[in-house]
Design a protein around this ligand. Structure first.
Ligand code: HEC
Length: 195
């Protein structure tokens, strides 16, 4: 009994000290089609700050109904700030897998937490671990606070809907992981619309 308690404590502190990485979060083992469906739901969600509101309808060939000129072209990752800040084509060619891994990890954090939190809490790690460098991006020193993340912009009823959808398919997901799933699934949906 005592031993079990010790183990339990160990696992709890371990998971707090070493939160799951973006890749490990994929291990919820949700089939990719289901993730895409959920991602689409999140992207077009009716909340006032849905991704579609600013970034437009990326399911169409030309982006339509785009509210915001300054928002990134989600169909072309080569135009993204992160692509440039990580060193662009040159760095990518050195080690495409590593480049993609770093890019995905940064973008999933940005989508989850939004620009303001990313600038404050994630930039320094991205700079140290991945070589993210603002000097490579002309005229920019941080992400535009207009880029809202899941934690700020997603309505609670969307999370509930995701929860219900997953339950129906037999996946029991801890509430605190729903936002991660929303972020990963919406990014999968975006990746699926690349030109
Ligand atoms: C209120 C407007 C707004 C909303 C809502 C919004 N974004 Fe953005 N997004 C922006 C702006 C503006 C930028 C450009 C940020 C910059 O370059 O500093 C951006 C940038 C991005 C980028 C590119 C980052 C880069 O490195 O260039 C991605 C990917 C992205 N958004 C995805 C999303 C997703 C997915 C959602 C929905 C969960 C979303 N955004 C919601 C305004 C928004």
């Amino acid at each position: 009994m005592k031993f079990n308690l010790f183990l339990l404590k160990f696992f709890i502190s371990y998971s707090i000290l070493f939160p799951l990485t973006a890749d490990e979060k994929d291990m919820f083992n949700i089939p990719s089609q289901l993730l895409l469906d959920i991602g689409k739901e999140v992207y077009f969600s009716k909340s006032s700050d849905s991704c579609a509101k600013c970034h437009g309808d990326i399911s169409s060939l030309d982006i339509v109904n785009k509210d915001m000129d300054k928002s990134a072209d989600l169909k072309d990752p080569k135009t993204w700030v992160v692509y440039k800040a990580l060193g662009g084509e040159l760095k990518k060619n050195e080690n495409p897998k590593k480049f993609e891994k770093h890019l995905n990890s940064i973008i999933i954090n940005l989508i989850t937490y939004g620009a303001n939190d990313w600038n404050r809490k994630f930039y320094s790690n991205a700079s140290k671990e991945y070589g993210f460098n603002w000097n490579r991006v002309e005229g920019k020193q941080q992400y535009d606070g207009q880029m809202k993340g899941i934690k700020i912009a997603i309505a609670k009823n969307i999370l509930k809907k995701i929860d219900r959808t997953l339950k129906k398919e037999g996946y029991k997901i801890n509430r605190k992981n729903l936002e991660n799933i929303a972020a990963i699934s919406v990014y999968r949906y975006v990746e699926n619309q690349f030109r």
